[in-house]
Design a binder for this molecule. Structure first.
Ligand SMILES: Nc1ncnc2c1ncn2[C@@H]1O[C@H](COP(=O)(O)OP(=O)(O)OP(=O)(O)O)[C@@H](O)[C@H]1O
Length: 337
């Protein structure tokens, strides 16, 4: 098998946070601040193959964006290794990282916040292009910008306009044009459709798929939307509270989800085919990421959990159909009935 484009190996990331509170007046009313840790990513290992779309799904706060930021070098892992084409990229300084900025680009959820409001579209694209094509003259840059805008479905007159003069969908096209301007290999897209209307979501998604075909792009695509996953993913990684609980190719995941959390997640989507799962209602509280999990993060809500699940962290294990599942119940063949 060929080497994966990206290899994430046993990565951990926690954030130090501080919460402030005041003693009641009868106890002096003094302000006190408490330091704690948020364990955002716990021992995550994943690979991204060249040319695929790896969708990462999971409920809010499970660590999807943190994973994307670690990969892009916007945050440093506390432990573990991140490799790009076999080279370690998790410990690079800004200068060393420049080499990878050209290969890896990020598209964010809110295209308005990620585009400089004081710059015209031309300036935004030019800034990215000249950084990576220092030898290009003005004519080459102008020509490339015109081609880029056309390729994302925007007209040439967009060049002289500012981000606020565009709709959300058009702004996301500008973000995509900016990402494509450096001819990257990998695009890390963090909920790029979430701020858009449903009709516009489909347009932007189709544009991203077209670009993938045309340029051989690889995507790490973070989303909450399982319909998007079913349409777009090559493989899917399901996260729960800082851990990856299941990884499978799209067809396998939707036909035969194995982890109880994945099953509950997929049972929530209505389907037109006869693959609809019995609705699964999870009880129990989502544990807080302020404590490092001792056993399986999902055990408090899992109807299949037994003592082992509370005591021992399950590791991703390869299944007969090629999927990987981190679940003691699956390993022991415990089932819902
Ligand atoms: N800079 C930070 N400082 C403190 N805590 C953080 C920081 N960034 C993320 N976190 C915490 O880490 C956990 C994971 O956050 P993250 O944004 O990665 O989740 P997510 O799955 O992307 O959520 P969402 O789907 O809502 O975007 C959360 O509990 C979050 O509050």
């Amino acid at each position: 098998m060929s080497e994966p484009l990206v290899r994430i190996l046993q990565v951990e990331k926690s954030f130090r946070t501080r919460s402030e509170w005041r003693w009641p007046r009868m106890f002096g009313g003094k302000k006190t601040s408490l330091a704690s840790h948020v364990y955002a990513i716990n021992n995550v290992s994943l690979e991204i193959e060249r040319g695929e779309t790896l969708c990462v799904v999971g409920e809010t706060g499970c660590g999807k964006s943190t994973l994307a930021r670690l990969l892009m070098g916007l945050a440093q892992p506390d432990a573990g290794v991140i490799e790009y084409q076999g080279q370690r990229i998790d410990q690079l300084n800004d200068k060393q990282r420049m080499r990878y900025r050209k290969k890896m680009q990020m598209v964010f959820q809110n295209p308005y916040a990620s585009l400089n409001p004081r710059m015209t579209v031309y300036q935004i694209l030019r800034e990215a292009i000249v950084l990576h094509h220092r030898d290009w003259d003005r004519h080459q840059v102008d020509l490339f910008i015109a081609e880029l805008l056309q390729s994302v479905g925007l007209s040439k007159d967009a060049e002289d306009r500012y981000p606020h003069e565009f709709s959300g969908g058009q702004r996301q096209r500008i973000s995509l044009a900016r990402a494509l301007s450096v001819e990257p290999e990998l695009i890390v897209a963090d909920e790029p459709l979430a701020a858009l209307d449903v009709s516009v979501q489909a347009q932007v998604l189709n544009l991203m798929m077209d670009k993938q075909q045309e340029l051989g792009l690889t995507y790490l695509f973070i989303t909450h939307d399982l319909a998007v996953v079913e349409h777009f993913a090559t493989r899917v990684a399901v996260m729960y509270l800082g851990r990856v609980c299941e990884v499978a190719i799209r067809e396998t995941l939707f036909k035969a989800p194995k982890h109880p959390y994945t099953q509950a997640l997929l049972s929530s989507i209505p389907r037109l085919d006869n693959l609809t799962l019995e609705p699964i209602h999870l009880s129990g509280e989502v544990p807080t990421p302020l404590e490092k999990p001792v056993g399986c993060s999902f055990c408090g809500r899992c109807p299949l959990a037994n003592q082992r699940c509370y005591e021992q962290i399950p590791m991703l294990e390869l299944q007969a159909d090629g999927s990987q599942v981190a679940c003691h119940a699956v390993a022991e063949g415990r089932s819902w009935k």
